[in-house]
Design a protein. Structure first.
Length: 217
């Protein structure tokens, strides 16, 4: 008797992933600019498609509420995926997620986050153990659609999280001090998104007196 391996969604690759990356970048630009067309257009010229991985990670690290939910969900899900599929890349993904979880707990001292992730993993494992191989269940449903779930989740997060993917800074200039996100540093210029009002501004280097990164935002 042969055991059928779960369909892990390998159809979503190549052009499909490229399209998803482009949609993710565009949705992030719209979200951080408060869906203002002109600000989105200005920010668009500060990014390349190659920036998508950094923008992706920065999105999930910038908002602690999103980080909490995604870590609670992704760590047990990735562990279950690694155990079920025996993919060579899965253990590496789990290791990276656990490292993120450790850093998160050390930074925010929320020890209940890994505890909740363990509870969720036990629930999923229990549901999977109660099902026969030929009987559909929640675990198999998730495994069969895991890539699609990841992509849809990423796009939803991109569309609703207004916090930019770069740290908030307090910038002192010759005309005043304000808080902003630095979108691009060009020779002689600084392109920023002002935190309050989400105004896009271009500053000359000689206008900037100091920059201080604000860690608690």
């Amino acid at each position: 008797m042969t055991t059928e391996k779960p369909d892990t969604g390998h159809k979503l690759n190549g052009p499909g992933l490229t399209t998803a990356a482009v949609m993710f970048v565009l949705l992030r630009l719209l979200a951080v600019s408060s869906y203002d067309w002109h600000t989105t257009f200005a920010l668009l010229h500060t990014l390349d498609l190659e920036d998508a991985p950094g923008l992706f990670l920065g999105t999930f690290m910038a908002d602690e509420r999103i980080s909490t939910v995604l870590l609670v969900l992704s760590v047990p899900l990735a562990s279950f995926y690694a155990a079920a599929t025996r993919s060579q890349a899965a253990p590496l993904i789990v290791t990276v997620l656990v490292a993120f979880l450790v850093a998160y707990v050390r930074s925010y001292h929320r020890w209940w986050v890994p505890a909740l992730a363990v509870v969720l993993a036990l629930v999923v494992a229990g549901l999977a153990a109660r099902r026969r191989d030929d009987e559909p269940g929640p675990a198999r449903f998730v495994l069969q659609r895991i890539r699609g779930i990841v992509v849809v989740t990423g796009l939803v997060v991109a569309a609703v999280v207004a916090t930019p993917w770069v740290p908030l800074e307090r910038i002192e200039t010759t005309t005043g001090t304000f808080e902003a996100y630095v979108a691009e540093t060009s020779p002689g210029f600084l392109k920023v998104l002002v935190a309050h009002g989400r105004e896009f501004r271009i500053l000359r280097d000689d206008e900037v007196i100091s920059r201080i990164e604000l860690t608690d935002h």
